[in-house]
Write a protein that binds this ligand. Structure first.
Ligand code: UDP
Ligand code: MG
Length: 309
């Protein structure tokens, strides 16, 4: 049977949310009267989500489980979903029901009108700490400014994409991924639909600061050379200052002035430049480390149980 809609939900310890997710997605998708599938990607859950996913799949043939051998991260789970999706339209949705499945109908309408990427824009976010709201807002704006692709502001991974788009994304096998950036990078006809982001149904966020920071780094390094250019910029500034200062220092020395007596100035300058150089090395290291990871060419994910079909 030809599948129209593939819904992909990455699952990392979402036991309490799974049944509701399945129920709400099923209601929405049945109302379209078209064939659909729900791909549940278990990203190394340890709370019993895995068994529940298998159980759902046994009860409902729409559910296709992909079980990872360990935790590979949200972005990689989405990628596995893309690889297995069979639908003409592919939707990514969070498993914690922060993204209302009902919005898929509105996205599908835009898709029918001919849009190839329909992304969901958050107008409001409920039940989120001010720290998360603030860092997220800052992050979206920073990425918008310094990357080469115009990633829409306040947009998460919740989106519907046409088969054509997914086929292109599947060819992009980079290891450090930023799916929102990737789906903006490919072009095509894109449009946003607005929604109010609800609070998490149950459980805690699976994105501690550490993971958020890593995602932000992936976004920056994956889509821009800005940090490297900052290093060049700093280099030119300090070299320029030094060149300007040289004749001045020579003149003062020759004329017998005592203005530059003492070691504190020298020490500070050395420390400052040492710091700047180490930071630049670190930035370089971020890129080199990523290069190394890509060169190894390991599989993006390891699957313990794939869908039966
Ligand atoms: N997730 C995942 N692997 C991870 C972390 C998160 O598959 O390592 C899933 C998680 O189960 C959820 C989605 O990614 O379906 C978004 O995570 P979460 O809701 O915790 O992020 P937040 O909404 O707090 O940014
Ligand atoms: Mg969430």
């Amino acid at each position: 049977m030809k599948i129209t809609y593939s819904i992909i939900a990455p699952i990392f310890n979402e036991k309490e949310n799974l049944s509701d997710l399945h129920r709400r997605v099923a209601v929405v998708m049945e109302s379209t009267g078209e064939a659909w599938e729900l791909i549940l990607v278990d990203d190394g859950s340890t709370d019993g989500s895995t068994d529940l996913i298998h159980e759902l799949a046994k009860r409902d043939k729409h559910v296709r489980p992909i079980i990872f051998a360990r935790n590979f991260g949200h972005q990689i789970a989405i990628t596995a979903g893309w690889d297995y999706a069979r639908g003409d339209a592919v939707v990514i949705i969070d498993a914690d029901l922060q993204d209302p499945p009902e919005l898929i109908l509105e996205m599908a309408k835009k898709w029918r009108e001919g849009y190839e990427v329909v992304y969901a824009v958050r107008t409001e976010r409920e039940g989120e700490s001010w720290f998360k709201l603030w860092t997220a807002s800052l992050f979206y704006r920073l990425i918008y400014r310094i990357t080469d692709v115009k990633i829409p502001l306040d947009t998460g991974d919740f989106r519907l994409m046409d088969r054509k788009v997914v086929n292109v994304l599947r060819q992009m096998r980079e290891r450090h991924r930023f799916p929102r950036g990737m789906s903006a990078w490919v072009g095509f006809k894109q449009i946003g639909v607005e929604y109010k982001r609800a609070a998490r149904l149950a459980g805690e966020t699976k994105y501690p600061f550490r993971k958020m920071f890593r995602l932000a780094l992936n976004a920056v390094t994956g889509f821009s050379y800005f940090p490297l250019q900052v290093a060049t910029f700093f280099g030119f500034i300090s070299a320029g200052l030094a060149i300007l200062a040289m004749p001045v220092v020579i003149y003062l020395r020759v004329s017998g002035s005592q203005a530059f007596f003492g070691q504190a100035t020298t020490l500070l300058a050395v420390l400052f430049l040492g710091g700047v150089q180490l930071i630049c090395l670190g930035i370089l290291g971020e890129y080199v480390g990523r290069l190394y990871d890509e060169a190894k060419g390991r599989p993006l994910y390891i699957i313990r149980d794939a869908p039966e079909d």
